[in-house]
Design a protein around this ligand. Sequence first.
Ligand code: TRP
Ligand code: SF4
Length: 399
Amino acid sequence: MQNQRVLSGMRSTGKLHLGHYHGVLKNWLALQHEYECFFFIADWHALTTEYENPKKIQESCTEMAIDWLAVGINPKDARIFVQSQVPEHAELHLLLSMITPLSWLERVPTYKDQQEKLREKDLATYGFLGYPLLQSADILIYKAGHVPVGEDQVCHVELTREVARRFNHLYGREPDFKERAEQAASKMGKKTSKLYHKLRKGYQEQGDTEALAAAQALLADQQNVTLADRERLMGYLEGGSKIILPEPQALLTKASKMPGLDGQKMSKSYGNTISLRDDIDSVAKKVRTMPTDTKRVRRNDPGNPEDCPVWQLHEVYSSEETKAWADQGCRSAGIGCVDCKGPIIEAVQAELAPIQERAKMFEEQPDLVRNILNEGAEAARDEARKTLIEVRQAMGLYR
Ligand code: TRP
Ligand code: SF4
C-alpha cells in the first residue's frame, strides 16, 4: 500500500562520513526492512548549487552509491537510483510549477538561508528557487507516504503537502464524482460499504478522526478495488474530490549525535570529519590529533570530560565501563589523553572495517554498481510512469 512507501534522497556531494552514517544511513537501514523504500541520489538537486562543477557531481554519484551499498543498503530491499535517470521527476516538476504560487517558494526558509550561506555562488537562479518544488515532485511521483528528513527539510515536506492539496483540489474534481464514489463503495459489498458510510459520517459530522483513520485502514485492506476507485473513496471520505496525489508525512530523523573531531557537529564544511573510507591509519591519526580539554596542559593536570570533544565520542562508542574508566582517569589525571583516545580509535576502526571491506568489493566492480543503479532506475520509472499517466489525465493533457 502506498502509505507504506518511503522516499528519501541525498544530494550527490562526495564521499560520506560518520555523521551521515549515524544520522541518516542507519535510519534508512532500519526502514528498508519495514517499508517499501525508494532512495535516490539527487544529482539534479546538487546541480542547483554546483552547476559550475557538473563533473564532480557525476563522480559523486558513483561514490555515494558505493557508500550506501557498503553500509548495507540492500538493492533487494530498497530501490536505489540516480534522479536524472528517472526523467519523470522533471515532467511532474514542470506540471506542478504551473499551479505553484511564486510566494510559496519565496517563503521557504531554506531559500534565503542558503543564499546567505553560499554567498560566493550566484544562486539567484530559476532552478534554485524551484528546487523545493522539484523535491515535491520527487516525493509525489511515488505517492510516498513517509519522507525521512532532517529538521531543516521539514518545510519542504510541508510545501509538498500544500502543492498536493492544491493539485487535488484543482484536478481531482470529476463532474460526476459523487455518483462514481457511491458506485465504488457499493462495489465493496454490502457490509463493507455500510461500514464505510458509517465511518465517513462519523468523520464528516462529528469530526471523529479515529473514524477517518479506521475508514482509511478499511480501504487499504480492500483487495478488489481498483486504484482509481480507491482514490475516489479516499477523497470522498474527506470531501468532494479525488485524491490523486496523497499528502506525505515527514518522518523526522533525529539530529545525529555524532560529533566531529572538534566537538562541533560533524560536517564537511567544518573540516572535522572521519570519512567512511578513511583508512585505519588516518583514523588513528585524526583521533590522536583531536583537541582535548585545554586545562590539561601537562599529563599531571586533571581534566573535565565535559569540556572535551573526545568525551563526546566516548558517549557514542564506549561501554559504561570504559566511560567510567575515562571519566575517573581524566578527573584524577590517572590516565593521559593518549590512553583515553585508545578505545575510541579501536571502536571507530572496528565499525569501519566491515564497511570498508564491502566498499572495496564494490569499488572493484564498477559494472555491478552501475547495474544496480540501472535496475533501481527501471523499477522506479515503472512506478513514476503510473503516477504521470494519472496526472496527465487529470490535467486533461492531449494524448
Ligand atoms: N533536498 C534534500 C537535501 O538537501 C535532498 C532531497 C531531494 C530529498 N529530494 C528529496 C529528501 C526528496 C527527501 C525527499 O538533503
Ligand atoms: Fe579528554 Fe580523555 Fe583527555 Fe580527559 S583524558 S581531556 S576526556 S581526552
